[in-house]
Ligand binder design. Structure first.
Ligand SMILES: Cc1cc2nc3c(=O)[nH]c(=O)nc-3n(C[C@H](O)[C@H](O)[C@H](O)COP(=O)(O)O)c2cc1C
Length: 167
């Protein structure tokens, strides 16, 4: 597999590029199945004295069923590679097809409940520690609500980064 465990502080890369431009996969398991989706909204940081990631999943995503059912998930970074696979995982739903196979992604286990994919540059194994729905009444800048024409407010998950693996 060729991965080594490292510390969150040793992750190299710029968060804005890693998430916003290069994108990541959010992957979770439930009932012996795995689903993944591309995400470009979120962050990495420190909260309650712990290394955390923030991710935002709309309730209509099939992945949502997995992130709700499981207490763990992975965030996978390809460092700008696998663009076509990421586009596919960001447009097709695992509800309708085996998009992991279609994207040519090969699952790799990083421990119980933690699946990522071959070729990843960095894998963050995470446990959910806090969640809430985005609420229109909490928007200080009301223009944000334009993102939710269908009323499909994201669920925010704060996840603790329990293990980091890099190539
Ligand atoms: C570049 C990109 C970024 C995305 N970021 C997010 C995100 O942060 N949150 C979200 O809910 N959906 C996001 N999506 C949409 C999902 O990836 C997409 O709806 C996907 O098909 C859901 O798959 P699923 O139904 O198998 O979960 C993004 C899509 C793309 C292409």
């Amino acid at each position: 597999m060729g991965y080594r465990r490292t510390e969150p502080e040793k992750l190299s890369g710029n968060t804005f590029r890693m998430i916003g431009s290069d994108w990541m996969l959010v992957t979770a398991e439930a009932d012996g199945k795995v689903n993944t989706m591309t995400a470009s909204w979120g962050g990495l940081g420190v909260l309650w004295g712990r290394p955390v990631a923030y991710i935002f999943i709309r309730p209509q995503r099939y992945t949502y069923e997995f992130t709700e059912a499981s207490d763990r998930l992975t965030l996978t970074f390809f460092g700008g590679r696998e663009r076509e696979a990421l586009k596919l995982c960001g447009t097709l739903s695992g509800r309708d097809c085996d998009k992991i196979a279609k994207a040519g992604l090969v699952p790799v286990s990083f421990g119980d409940g933690f699946t990522s994919f071959e070729g990843a540059e960095a894998v963050l194994c995470c446990k959910k520690i806090y969640t809430d729905l985005i609420k229109p009444e909490c928007m200080l800048d009301k223009s944000i609500d334009a993102n939710y024409a269908k009323g499909d407010y994201h669920r925010m998950y704060v996840v603790e980064i329990t293990d980091v693996y890099t190539k």
